[in-house]
Design a protein around this ligand. Structure first.
Ligand code: MSP
Length: 673
């Protein structure tokens, strides 16, 4: 290790929602950068965690009849589990309910108080109870809240204020002196314009809320949730604790990764708080774009989230990591669809990397008895390309252009494919046998290119890199940038066992399974209608999570509120024929993890064949003899070649189905209303 440190953070995630693709993205980006920096020999510290205070969490917990801490404890487990499934290598996970964090928040506020930057006053402004956020009069639209069109009322609240207005010029000077502080440049300009338009003092406490960190010296207030949350980046290092060695070693952060919706909190409030507390400022904040679904930001409030469970279960972590990093240009928005995922999986992973590896390795095994050739090759066309790609890869990775780095690697794989076609090693073998020096050189070059590709993709797809290096007989060694030098592959060296990196996926079968595994839309808890964003109790609201153009908001609200015309009548309901069915036989569908084929007695004399994605929760033997509720008049569908003549009803918890029970010995075919 060089002794040079690199401290990288993700935002801390709210615990009112289970993680979706948008949350995963930030964490996977951070993990890839952390792995790359470690590979370059830096002393890396990687922090993630959860944001557990505030009104949003309080309300969500109330809606479920549990305490906010109980809610947090429940959801935090899911984050830990998910980061494990995705091979995330964070060094620490902070929760804002940790006592170490309280100490840090108090310490920072005390420094701000000592600076004379905090005063007590009355807040008066327009309050939207639907969104629980304050708005200045200038932001109201037709006298209503600009986000969701709710009515607003003039409200007064006693509050502690931070003299944010005093920091306007200092912030502008700081941005001017540090043009790389905010990336990409478009976001830098956005923040500068915002600050130039004027800053007003910020309310940093709430008297009307109990779920938070008590304000130092006045426990009748709690600390404003964003001041609380932002401080995690230093409290996790021990700032404010007796042992602050980590703080001394790693602060200031090298990179805060955030979504564009929370950029201003990180680029305006956070540096101003730190200036006030006389602490060093982070070196860079990168504001990435959003994952969209159906053209709107994927978010729980809009009910359009994609959960990762099915993809992870079906493919493991690497294809999802690859897709997220390859599909989105870092900084811009991107749309998520299963079709795009499968498309990339088959084209880039199964055909691209997977094929290149199996093709070259198979020849090496065959021609040289499972060993690398005895001849290496220093100068050749493929090496020229590889050297050039490695340089481009380093440059792109250093500039956080992860997509460009991947494109470079795939360009190299394309060149490898053309090279093998040109050199036709099979003809060389046929003509001269394994002793042919040209054959040895060609195969060596192919294997060496694969080795370099494996090292370059290792921060993105660690398992795949490990598997490919294993097949090359190079398992188990920690990778460094020094491994990206041509001729790292030993000659006459035993190759590892054979394997398929990415088996091709039949898109049709995948969609049939995915449909059956679609999780319930609301797996944690219903949030009070329509979910408000965290209310920043500020005199001049800046970006709020989920702030979108009015037409997008209107569409999302219409969707969430479900206007009356979307309700169905009893006549429509009775068109669905629900019946009690008795499961007579059940068996797993071969080659499917979830599908079960059942013969079901619906009181019709003959049994119906029903295929359902319940095999991950139920073994076939648990199903036989069981009564359940079925939709009896659904059009038949073919799943993995089997016709399903109905549908079994189940509650879905995080994608896992739970069958509806039928009490007593109700006769098969009995109608359900
Ligand atoms: N708790 C705050 C962050 C406090 S950091 C001191 C918060 N939490 S969040 O759970 O709502 O969002 C966390 C991160 O996920 C944010 O960076 C946000 O931009 C990101 N994403 C949430 N939905 C997203 C997409 N649909 N797409 C990409 N990222 C998005 O904000």
């Amino acid at each position: 290790m060089s002794g040079k440190t690199f401290y990288i953070t993700t935002p801390i995630y709210y615990v009112n929602d289970l993680p979706h693709i948008g949350h995963i993205y930030t964490t996977v980006v951070a993990d890839t950068i952390a792995r790359y920096k470690r590979m370059r020999g830096l002393d890396v510290r990687f922090l993630t965690g959860t944001d557990e205070h505030g009104q949003k969490i309080d309300r969500s917990a109330r809606a479920q009849g549990i305490t906010p801490k109980e809610l947090a404890d429940r959801v935090v487990g899911r984050f830990h589990e998910l980061w494990r499934q995705l091979d995330i290598t964070h060094d620490d996970f902070i929760r804002t309910t940790d006592s170490r964090h309280h100490a840090g928040v108090h310490a920072i506020i005390q420094r701000m108080v000592a600076k004379g930057d905090i005063y007590r006053g009355d807040y008066e402004g327009w309050y939207c109870s639907g969104c629980e956020a304050y708005f200045p009069e200038t932001q109201l639209v037709d006298g209503k809240c600009p986000d969701q069109g709710h009515p607003v009322e003039l409200t007064k609240e006693d509050s502690y204020f931070f003299r944010l207005s005093d920091y306007q010029q200092r912030l502008l000077d700081f941005y001017a002196q540090n043009p790389d502080f905010i990336r990409p440049t478009s976001r830098y300009n956005e923040v500068v314009r915002f600050v130039e338009s004027g800053l007003r003092d910020l309310s940093i406490s709430r008297a009307s809320l109990k779920w938070g960190i008590p304000f130092p010296s006045d426990p009748s207030h709690v600390v404003y949730v964003w001041l609380d949350a932002l401080t995690n980046y230093v409290s996790a290092l021990g700032f404010g604790a007796p042992d602050d060695r980590l703080y001394e070693r790693y602060w200031p952060a090298d990179l805060h990764l955030v979504g564009k919706d929370i950029l201003r909190f990180h680029c305006v409030y956070w540096p101003a708080f730190l200036m006030s507390a006389e602490l060093p400022l982070p070196k860079q904040v990168f504001g990435h774009g959003w994952w969209l679904k159906d053209d709107a930001k994927m978010s729980k409030s809009f009910g359009n989230v994609v959960r990762p469970d099915h993809l992870l279960e079906r493919f493991g972590p690497d294809p999802l990591r690859y897709f997220l990093l390859r599909e989105m240009t870092f900084g811009l928005d991107a749309g998520f669809s299963d079709e795009a995922f499968i498309g990339r999986y088959n084209a880039d992973l199964a055909n691209g990397l997977g094929n290149a590896a199996s093709r070259v390795l198979a020849m090496a095994r065959r021609y040289f008895d499972g060993r690398t050739p005895r001849q290496s090759c220093g100068a050749n066309k493929l090496r020229l390309k590889a050297d050039e790609v490695v340089q481009r890869y380093f440059k792109a990775m250093d500039e956080l252009e992860l997509q460009t780095a991947l494109e470079a690697v795939w360009e190299l794989l394309g060149t490898l494919d053309g090279y093998v076609n040109d050199k036709a090693p099979w003809s060389l073998f046929k003509a001269e046998g394994a002793a042919s020096e040209s054959l040895q050189r060609v195969i060596y070059n192919g294997l060496e290119t694969l080795r370099l590709a494996a090292v370059m993709v290792s921060p993105f797809m660690p398992r795949t890199a490990g598997a490919l290096l294993g097949q090359l007989g190079l398992e188990g060694k920690a990778l460094t940038a020094g491994d990206l030098v041509w001729m790292g592959l030993p000659t006459d060296h035993a190759l590892g066992p054979e394997g398929t990196l990415f088996p091709r996926v039949d898109a049709k079968e995948f969609f049939a399974e995915a449909l059956l595994a679609t999780p319930a839309p609301e797996p944690v808890a219903p949030e009070p209608s329509p979910a408000p964003v965290t209310p920043p109790p500020e005199t001049q609201p800046v970006a709020r999570t989920g702030q979108l153009p009015p037409e997008v908001v209107a569409a999302a609200v219409a969707e969430a509120v479900k206007p009356e015309e979307e309700l169905i009548s009893i006549d429509e309901f009775v068109r669905i024929k629900l019946k009690v069915g008795l499961i007579k036989n059940a068996e797993r569908v071969p080659k499917s993890k979830k599908l079960v084929r059942m013969d079901v007695d619906l009181g019709e004399g003959t049994f119906r064949q029903i295929v359902a994605g319940i095999g991950a929760t139920y073994a076939p033997e648990q199903l036989v003899g069981r009564r359940a509720v079925f939709v009896a008049n659904l059009k038949p569908a073919v799943l993995m070649g089997l016709e399903s003549q109905g549908m079994i009803l189940a509650a879905s918890i995080e994608g896992a189905p739970y069958l509806l029970g039928v009490e007593g010995e109700v006769a098969p075919g009995t109608g359900v209303k």
